[in-house]
Design a protein around this ligand. Structure first.
Ligand code: CA
Ligand code: CA
Length: 206
């Protein structure tokens, strides 16, 4: 696979086109500015860092897992890193390109509460069907517990954990029909500051 050229020549960066036979295509910085909340100069700096860390031009899941393992050395971060990777992988081709990275970082760092919540929803919606089931919520919560190095193996059998997940689920499932829609998720989180913090800061206190 050809690597993207080293540094942005003035006003473009190089992207690997998401096809089965990836090819390098130039992307105008102007387009990236429009798609994100970063300035040209910020994008140039980030691209330089990206090229140093990922000379291939994309981040693969293994690399992502290595980064998480460094940040959370006391837990098993592999499952949670997998879920986050999926949420970063905007076009679902198994690799995070510079553009994917930029779009998500822009949402997480500069997005409105609303945009950040939409991203969080996507993280929890593991099968991408636009709704969060109880089992999806439970899987992500348990992955977070593994990440933090809390007791994990019997967690799903643990009555206390089940009750806590049920409680969170009930709060988010406003009409109590057994699924959380994106509208319910946004409304419940915007209504309850503590909920928003719990979902984003891994603070489930199980
Ligand atoms: Ca789902
Ligand atoms: Ca519902």
């Amino acid at each position: 696979m050809a690597s993207p050229p080293d540094s942005p020549i003035e006003d473009v960066v190089y992207e690997l086109e998401p096809t089965r036979m990836p090819k390098v295509i130039p992307v105008a910085l102007e387009d990236l500015c429009r798609e994100t909340k970063f300035s040209k100069q910020e994008i140039r700096v980030m691209y330089r860092g990206f090229k140093t860390e990922c000379p291939e031009g994309v981040v693969h899941e293994d690399c992502f897992k290595d980064i998480y393992a460094k940040f959370f050395p006391h837990g098993n971060s592999s499952l949670y890193a997998h879920y986050v990777f999926k949420a970063f992988d905007v076009n679902c081709n198994g690799a995070i390109s510079f553009r994917d990275l930029l779009v998500t970082l822009s949402t997480l760092l500069r997005g409105s509460v609303y945009e950040r919540l939409r991203w969080t929803f996507k993280l929890y919606d593991l099968n991408g069907d636009g709704r969060i089931s109880r089992s999806e919520l439970a899987e992500v919560v348990l992955a977070i517990h593994e990440l933090m190095g809390r007791r994990s193996h019997q967690m799903e059998d643990d009555r206390k954990a089940r009750e806590q997940i049920d409680r969170v689920f009930r709060k988010l499932d406003l009409n109590q029909d057994g699924i959380i829609t994106v509208e319910e998720f946004l409304e419940a989180c915007l209504r309850d500051d503590h909920m928003t913090r719990s979902l984003q800061m891994f603070d489930y206190e199980l």
